[in-house]
Design a protein around this ligand. Structure first.
Ligand code: GAL
Length: 369
């Protein structure tokens, strides 16, 4: 995928409301063409898995409440989670087409395999907006984070953590995401743009279904081949897998853990950052992404073209289609130093949740209260 205007959206990055980005409120009368639909609309939401906590904890509830807010509580969201099965997701999509929902927000398990389903929705006159992962096929728009930037932030942070004396012979292990998720390729490309030539990538793995237990098993193999004491850092593409990586290192008797990266600011990940087991995560403002998706879906169905265009000023290419209207939201590195300014400030977690019993002392040390 190409990133054309990623920089122009960076200023909107962490704003929880899009007002600051110059985006009109899709609920107000933008004065454009007569809406094709009123507030009685049904948005179909297809999310990929439950291994990662973000989908049920943030994406789904935020989209649901934003759709309600934009439609005077008349709009509905029907939700289906594919639990990492591409075939299950194809059936869920087909059901939404049969039920004639008004618009579909699709976060694909397998971005290539779902293209046929997208085509069918299109034939049935139902717009499809790719959510978070760039589905192939004739989608109407795409909303996501700047995924290459996610990888760059992870790569740069890992080098920072390894210190000023980092050497091109220092060995790291790379734990990448699911090969059916196009984001995983972008995270990897972004990370490699920072790491190549600076460290030695001794072992690299793709992780089926993003499962922490698969990452744990791969890490155990890497330790057996490289030797735990020779591993100077681990690039893990997300927090769930970072948890698996750390388990494998601890099971191998490592007491001084090498820096391990992550992504998603999961509660367990943030707690490991507090305790010093995990070096960093990438904080992606789920409200910014999910609310923009709800606004795009409602504007699309209501025929509010000016709002829709304002929400999709970027352009991306998928393997099957070009010049897809898009919005790419920026991201930031989350380390011990900015927990308060990120997840706490945005109301994602309360300090009391992060600083539960086992983390109390470490929180106090960090001044987190
Ligand atoms: C990616 C997504 C991440 C994380 C990951 C694993 O596509 O961008 O936020 O959820 O999948 O589930």
């Amino acid at each position: 995928m190409r990133r054309r205007t990623a920089i122009s959206v960076a200023t909107c990055s962490l704003a929880l409301s899009l007002a600051g980005c110059g985006v009109l409120d899709a609920s107000s009368d933008g004065g454009d063409a007569t809406p094709t639909k009123g507030n009685d609309i049904t948005v179909g939401l297809l999310l990929p898995e439950t291994a990662n906590t973000r989908y049920d904890k943030f994406d789904h509830p935020i989209i649901r409440s934003k759709v309600a807010q934009l439609t005077e509580n008349r709009g509905k969201v029907v939700y289906a989670n594919a639990e990492a099965s591409a075939s299950k997701q194809a059936q869920q999509l087909q059901k939404m087409v049969d039920d004639q929902v008004d618009v579909i927000l699709l976060d694909a398990v397998d971005s290539h395999a779902i293209a046929d389903g997208v085509e069918k929705a299109k034939d049935a006159g139902i717009p499809v907006i790719a959510y978070d992962r760039l589905a192939e096929g004739p989608i109407d728009a795409y909303i996501s984070f700047d995924n290459e930037l996610v990888g760059e932030v992870q790569g740069r942070s890992l080098l920072d953590a390894m210190g000023p004396d980092v050497d091109s012979s220092d060995k790291i292990v790379m734990m990448n995401g699911s090969p059916t998720d196009p984001n995983a390729k972008q995270f990897k490309a972004g990370a490699l743009s920072e790491l190549n030539g600076k460290v030695r990538i001794a072992k690299t793995y793709d992780t089926k279904d993003w499962k922490p237990e698969n990452a744990e098993a791969n890490m155990a193999k890497a330790i057996a081949e490289i030797g735990a004491s020779n591993i100077a850092g681990v690039y893990s593409a997300n927090d769930g897998m970072a948890g698996g990586v750390i388990k494998a290192l601890e099971a191998a008797g490592v007491t001084k853990l090498p820096p391990v990266t992550g992504q998603d600011a999961e509660l367990a990940g943030v707690q490991r950052i507090v305790s010093g087991e995990q070096y960093m995560s990438v904080y992606k403002s789920y409200p910014a992404e999910a609310e923009a998706a709800a606004e795009m879906a409602v504007a699309k169905v209501q025929g509010k073209d000016i709002q829709f265009d304002a929400l999709t000023r970027d352009r991306v290419d998928s393997p099957s289609h070009q010049d897809i209207p898009a919005q790419l939201v920026s991201v930031v590195a989350l380390t011990r130093d900015n927990i308060k300014q990120t997840v706490v400030a945005d109301g994602i977690y309360k300090v009391s949740e992060i600083c539960a019993a086992p983390y109390k002392a470490a929180c106090a040390e960090l001044g987190l209260k």
